[in-house]
Design a protein around this ligand. Structure first.
Ligand code: ZN
Ligand code: ZN
Length: 1008
C-alpha cells in the first residue's frame, strides 16, 4: 500500500470546512465513538454549572463559558480520561415566572392565582424547556461535545426528589428550621430575595431626609433627635441606638432641648438652618436606658402597645458619625442591624408591612397604604404634631428587584432556613482543601465571602420551583420533612393523585398526623440556588443510584464566571457539606466577564448585545473559540470585532503552514510510516534538531499549562510554535531542501521533522480548535499512516522526551536569527537586494553563543544570508573592517551581540547570479498565476534588454532552468516568434525591462 501525506485545500475556508466536519461527525457518530473509546479510562467528573434558560439566545459570555468547558473536556479525553460530560439547565425561578407573567399581562400574584396554578406552572415549564432546546442548539453549533441528549434539568421530578432527600439530611442534622429573619423583600413579586440577588441591581432613588424629635419621658420640651430616610419605618420604631464611645450633648434652640452627638451639631445646624446652643456634654453611656415616647403613638396603635420598649440602647458597631445625629432610630422589623441589636437587648420586633408592601391594620392611620407612598403623609403628621425639626430630600443608591426593578423593602418575616452560620469555620477549612485557579479566587475572594456567612433562607413565596417538602399538621402543628416521592405516597391519605411533584399537584397530597389531624404542605418553594447547588449529586439522581454516585462523586472540576463566588460556588459548598459532608468539587477555575469594547456589560436593552451565532456566521466556529480562549481566563474580555478579525489571521497562518507541508509532501508521496524520524536521525541537520527541541519543549509547556487549566497560556505557546518556529523560521529554512527532486535523505529528514512537529501541534490544538484540526487530519494526515483512528479526536495527547530538549541549540538559533535579520538590515541600507549573493559577511562579537551559532548553523546561515563566506571575529579585529568600511567596502549594522560587516564588492559572476535569482522569482510568480502544478514542466524564454544582461543570464541558464522546471529555456535580446500559447509578462528589474514567456509542456504537446 502506498500511503502518503494528502493534499489540503489551498485556502482556509472555515465555513466550508466546518460544514464538512459537522457532516462527518454526524454521519460517523464521532462524539459517541470518542466517548465510548475513552469510557474505560480513569474517571474525570466535570460538573456543569447550569445556565438559566430565561432567553432563547444565550449571552455570548455563556457561549465562552461553554467553549472553555468543552476545551477542558476534550483535553481530558485526549489524555485518556473517561469524562462525565452531562450539561445542565437551571430551570426554576423568578425570571421565568416573570416572563410568563409578562406574556399574559399579569400585574400581581393574584392574577396568577385566578389564571390557575396548573396552567401557570405548565407555562413556566414550557417556557424553560423551549429556551433550553434553543440554547442547546447554539452550544452544539459551537462544537461543544456534551451529552446533549441527556441534560440534567432542575425541574425534573428525579432532580426534585434529590433536593428533597438532601433537605431531609439537613432536617435530621437539626440544621433545618423555621425562624424569623430580616430579609430583602420585593413587594411586587411578593417574595424574599437572596443577598446575592440584592447586590445585582441598584437604582438612584429620591427619598425624604428628615430630622425627627422623640420626646424624652418626664421632661418638658426635651427630645432625642434622630435622622432617617425611611419615614415609613417610624411606625415600627422600638428603640434608639447611641454609641457609648462618643460624646453627646444637650443643645438649646427656640426653647427646646435636643440630645445628639457633639460632633454632629455643626452639621445639623447647617442642614436644619437653626442655631444650637450647647448646654452640657456627656459620654454616650450616660444615655443608656433613657426613656422616650413614640412621636406617632397617637396615630399608630401598635406604638402605644410598645410603650415600655422605647428607650436608648448602646451599640458600638452601628452608630457612626458619618451621617445623621449619632442617635439612630431602630426598627428591628425593618433593618438587619437593628434586628441584631434588638436580639441582644431582647427588644420586640414590630413589623407592620404585609407581603404586598402595604401597612397592616395595626398601623392605624396608615393601614392599607403602600409604605413608600405613605412617606409624605407621615412627614405631614410629624409636622403638625410638632415632632419634625426639618424635612428635605436626598438622592441615594438603593437596591431594587433585579427582575421587576421595584424598590426593595427590608422586613422581618418567618422563613425556612438552613443554619449554616454556625458552620463558618468548617466551610473556610474546606476551601483550603480545594484547588482554586487563580489561587486568589479561593484564598481571598471566596474566603472573604464566607467570612460573612449567614443562615441560608431557602424558602421563597412563589410557585415555579422545587416545592419545599414540609408538611405541617393543621391541628397540633407538628412538622414532617419528606425525602422522596415514595415516602410521600406511602404516608399520603390518598396516594393515587400525583402526576407531577410541582405546585399545585403536590399540594393535593395530605398526610395523616400522629395526633389524627391532617397535614398540609407549607406553601413555599425552594430558592433556585438550592437546586443548582445540589447539582453534584442531584444530577446523579442520588440516592437512587448508589453505584453511580460511588463511581463518580465528587466532581473533579468546575469552571464558572467570577460572579459565582457568591452564587453557584457558594451554593455548591453549602449543599455539598449539608448532604454529603464534603466539598463537592476538587478544582475550581474562575473566568472573567464578557463585556462590550467600551467595558460595559452586554444587554439587549443597551443595544450592544452580540450573539455567538452572529460571530459564527461571519467568521466561523474555530475563530470564535480561538478568540475567546486566548484571553487570560480570569480577566474580563472586551468583545471587539476588530480584534476578532485580527485573531482570524492566526488561523490562516496555521492553515498555510500545513498547506506548505501538505503540498510538497503529497507531491513527493512522502510516507511517514516508511520514513519515521527514528530512521532518519543520522540525516538530521542542526535546524531539524532545533525544531525537534522546540517541539518537545512546546509539548512540555503546553501540557503543564493544560494540567493547570491555563488554556490561554497553552494556546499562546502553540501560536508561537506555529507562527514563529514553524511558519516564520523552519518552513523558510527548508524551502530549498523540499525543492530537490530526488528523494534524498536530507529532504526526507526535513519532511519527517516537519511532519512530526505539525502532527504534535495538531493534536495539541484539538481541544481548542476541534473543527480545523479535524479537517487538517482528514485531508492531510489520516491516510498518511498505516495506523489511523477515524477522527483526530482519538489521537492521544503527545508526551515529551527530555533527550530532545537542547537549550544551547535553541539559544544559538535565537542568535543565528538575530544575525540573519541584521544582515538583511545592512543590505537594505545599501539597497542591496536579498537575492544578490555577496562574498563575505564578518560578524564581530564577543558573545560565545553567537560565535557557536555561526559554527553550528553554518550551512543554513550561508544560504539564508546569501553569502559565500561567513566569518566570526573577535571585537579586536573590527578596526580592519572599519577602515575599509570608511572606503565603502562594507555595509555595517549593529545588533545586541555586536556588529557585522557585509562585503559590498561584487564580481561579474556575483551580479549574474543576483540577476538570475531576480528573474527566477518572477518566473515562479508566473507559474503561480498560471496555476501550474508544482511538478509540471514548462518551456520558457527570456528577452533581455542588453547583450550584457543576456550574457549574464546565459551563464546561469542551468540554474534558471532547474529552478523554474524548464525543459527548454532560451535567452535572447530580440523578441522571438512563438506559436504555442505562451503566457508572457514584461518585468522591470533594476530599471530595465525583461520579457518572460512560459508555456506548460503538456499544452505544447497537445497543440502540435
Ligand atoms: Zn420584583
Ligand atoms: Zn397533629
Amino acid at each position: 500500500m502506498n500511503r502518503h501525506v494528502g493534499q489540503l485545500p489551498k485556502q482556509y475556508d472555515p465555513k466550508a470546512l466546518e460544514e464538512e466536519v459537522r457532516t462527518l461527525w454526524e454521519n460517523e457518530g464521532t462524539y459517541k465513538l470518542v466517548k465510548e473509546t475513552r469510557s474505560h479510562g480513569p474517571k474525570f467528573y466535570y460538573l456543569d454549572g447550569p445556565p438559566f434558560p430565561s432567553s432563547d439566545t444565550p449571552h455570548i459570555g455563556t457561549s465562552w463559558n461553554k467553549v472553555l468547558k468543552d476545551t477542558i473536556i476534550r483535553y481530558q479525553r485526549t489524555r485518556g480520561f473517561n469524562v462525565r460530560d452531562q450539561p445542565g439547565y437551571d430551570c426554576h425561578g423568578l425570571p421565568i415566572e416573570l416572563a410568563v407573567e409578562q406574556k399574559f399581562g399579569f400585574k400581581t400574584k393574584k392574577d396568577i392565582e385566578s389564571f390557575g396554578l396548573e396552567r401557570f406552572v405548565s407555562e413556566c415549564k414550557r417556557f424553560a424547556e423551549i429556551n433550553c432546546a434553543s440554547m442547546t442548539r447554539v452550544f452544539q453549533n459551537l462544537g461543544v461535545w456534551m451529552d446533549w441528549a441527556n441534560p440534567y434539568m432542575t425541574h425534573h421530578d428525579d432532580y426534585i426528589e434529590s433536593d428533597w432527600w438532601s433537605l431531609k439530611q439537613a432536617w435530621k442534622k437539626n440544621l433545618f428550621e423555621r425562624g424569623q429573619r430580616v430579609v430583602h423583600w420585593c413587594p411586587r413579586c411578593e417574595t424574599v430575595l437572596s443577598d446575592y440577588e440584592v447586590v445585582q441591581e441598584y437604582k438612584t432613588l429620591r427619598d425624604p431626609s428628615i430630622y425627627v424629635k422623640f420626646p424624652v419621658v418626664g421632661k418638658e420640651s426635651e427630645f432625642v433627635l434622630i435622622w432617617t430616610t425611611t419615614p415609613w419605618t417610624l411606625p415600627s420604631n422600638v428603640a434608639v441606638m447611641v454609641n457609648p464611645d462618643f460624646q453627646y450633648a444637650k443643645v438649646r434652640s427656640d426653647g427646646e432641648v435636643y440630645i445628639l452627638a457633639k460632633e454632629r451639631i455643626a452639621h445639623v445646624e447647617e442642614a436644619a438652618g437653626v442655631h444650637l446652643e450647647v448646654v452640657e456634654t456627656f459620654p454616650g453611656t450616660k444615655l443608656e436606658g433613657l426613656k422616650y415616647s413614640s412621636p406617632l403613638e397617637s396615630l399608630v396603635p401598635a406604638q402605644k402597645d410598645l410603650r415600655n420598649a422605647h428607650s436608648v440602647v448602646l451599640s458600638k458597631e452601628y452608630v457612626t458619625l458619618e451621617e445623621g445625629t449619632g442617635c439612630v432610630h431602630s426598627a428591628p422589623g425593618h433593618g438587619e442591624e437593628d434586628y441584631e441589636v434588638g436580639l441582644r437587648f431582647k427588644l420586640p420586633v414590630l413589623m407592620l408591612v404585609d407581603d404586598q408592601g402595604k401597612f397592616v391594620t395595626e398601623a392605624g392611620k396608615y393601614a392599607g397604604k403602600p409604605v413608600r407612598e405613605a412617606n409624605p403623609e407621615i412627614i405631614e403628621d410629624l409636622k403638625s404634631l410638632g415632632m419634625l425639626l426639618q424635612a428635605t430630600e436626598i438622592e441615594h443608591r438603593s437596591p431594587v428587584c433585579w427582575r421587576c426593578k421595584t424598590p426593595l423593602l427590608i422586613r422581618a418575616t418567618n422563613q425556612w432556613l438552613i443554619k449554616v452560620a454556625q458552620m463558618k469555620d468548617r466551610f473556610i477549612k474546606e476551601v483550603e482543601n480545594t484547588t482554586w485557579i487563580p489561587d486568589w479566587a479561593g484564598a481571598n475572594q471566596f474566603k472573604n465571602w464566607l467570612g460573612g456567612l449567614k443562615d441560608w433562607v431557602v424558602s421563597r413565596q412563589r410557585f415555579w420551583g422545587t416545592p419545599l417538602p414540609v408538611w405541617v399538621c393543621n391541628s397540633c402543628g407538628s412538622t414532617k420533612v419528606i425525602g422522596s416521592k415514595d415516602e410521600l405516597l406511602k404516608e399520603a391519605t390518598d396516594p393515587t393523585e400525583l402526576s407531577s411533584l410541582h405546585v399545585p399537584w403536590v399540594d393535593r397530597i395530605k398526610l395523616r398526623c400522629k395526633c389524627g389531624g391532617e397535614m398540609s404542605r407549607v406553601p413555599d418553594v425552594m430558592v433556585g440556588w438550592y437546586d443548582s447547588g445540589a447539582a453534584s449529586y442531584a444530577s446523579l439522581s442520588h440516592p437512587k443510584n448508589p453505584e453511580l454516585t460511588k463511581f463518580w462523586w465528587p466532581p473533579d472540576f468546575i469552571v464558572e464566571g467570577r460572579d459565582q463566588i457568591s452564587g453557584w460556588f457558594f451554593a455548591l459548598l453549602k449543599t455539598g457539606i449539608i448532604a454529603m459532608d464534603q466539598t463537592p468539587f476538587k478544582t475550581v477555575l474562575m473566568h472573567g466577564f464578557m463585556l462590550d469594547d467600551a467595558g460595559r456589560e452586554m444587554h439587549k436593552s443597551l443595544g450592544n448585545f452580540v450573539a455567538s451565532d452572529e460571530v459564527v456566521q461571519k467568521y466561523g466556529r474555530d475563530i470564535f473559540r480561538y478568540y475567546v480562549l486566548q484571553t487570560t481566563i480570569w480577566e474580563d474580555l472586551r468583545f471587539s470585532w476588530d480584534a476578532l478579525k485580527q485573531y482570524s489571521g492566526d488561523l490562516s497562518t496555521f492553515w498555510n503552514t500545513y498547506v506548505f507541508a501538505s503540498t510538497y509532501m503529497s507531491l513527493d508521496e512522502f510516507s511517514p510510516s516508511k520514513w519515521p524520524l527514528r530512521k532518519l536521525t543520522g540525516a538530521l541537520r542542526p535546524e531539524d534538531r532545533w525544531l525537534l527541541s522546540r517541539t518537545h519543549r512546546t509539548i512540555k509547556e503546553v501540557t503543564e499549562a493544560m494540567e493547570g487549566y491555563r488554556v490561554h497560556e497553552a494556546l499562546r505557546k502553540l501560536k508561537n510554535f506555529l507562527v514563529e518556529d514553524l511558519s516564520h523560521t523552519y518552513v523558510r529554512f527548508i524551502r530549498r531542501r523540499t525543492w530537490v527532486e530526488k528523494e534524498t535523505r536530507d529532504k526526507l529528514a526535513a519532511y519527517a521533522t516537519l511532519y512530526y512537529a505539525l502532527k504534535q501541534a495538531l493534536i495539541m490544538l484539538t481541544p481548542t480548535l476541534p473543527f480545523v484540526t479535524e479537517a487538517l487530519y482528514q485531508h492531510m494526515f489520516k491516510e498518511a499512516e498505516l495506523k489511523h483512528p477515524a477522527t483526530v479526536h482519538l489521537l492521544g495527547w503527545p508526551s515529551w522526551d527530555k533527550k530532545w530538549l537542547d537549550d544551547s541549540l535553541e539559544s544559538e538559533m535565537e542568535a543565528a536569527k538575530s544575525v540573519l535579520s541584521t544582515v538583511a538590515l545592512a543590505r537594505m541600507e545599501k539597497s542591496l537586494k536579498q537575492r544578490q549573493p555577496v562574498r563575505n559577511v564578518a560578524v564581530v562579537t564577543d558573545s560565545e553563543t553567537t560565535r557557536n551559532a555561526l559554527k553550528r548553523y553554518k550551512a543554513l546561515m550561508l544560504e539564508q544570508a546569501n553569502t559565500r563566506t561567513l566569518i566570526g571575529a573577535a571585537p579586536s579585529s573590527s578596526s580592519k573592517y572599519e577602515m575599509q568600511a570608511g572606503e565603502g567596502r562594507y555595509a555595517k549594522a549593529e545588533f545586541p551581540a555586536g556588529a557585522l560587516y557585509v562585503d559590498l564588492k561584487l564580481s561579474r559572476d556575483d551580479l549574474a547570479e543576483g540577476l538570475a535569482r531576480d528573474v527566477v522569482r518572477r518566473m515562479q510568480q508566473m507559474r503561480k498565476e498560471m496555476d501550474l502544478k508544482v511538478d509540471s514542466y514548462v518551456h520558457a524564454y527570456i528577452v533581455a534588454p542588453s547583450t550584457k544582461a543576456a550574457g549574464m543570464l546565459r551563464s546561469k541558464s542551468k540554474y534558471l532552468a532547474h529552478e523554474v522546471r524548464a525543459k527548454q529555456l532560451t535567452v535572447s535580446t530580440r523578441k522571438v516568434e512563438v506559436r504555442a500559447p505562451y503566457y508572457t509578462k514584461t518585468w522591470p528589474i533594476d530599471k530595465e525591462m525583461y520579457e518572460v514567456g512560459l508555456c506548460e509542456v503538456s499544452r505544447l504537446k497537445s497543440k502540435t
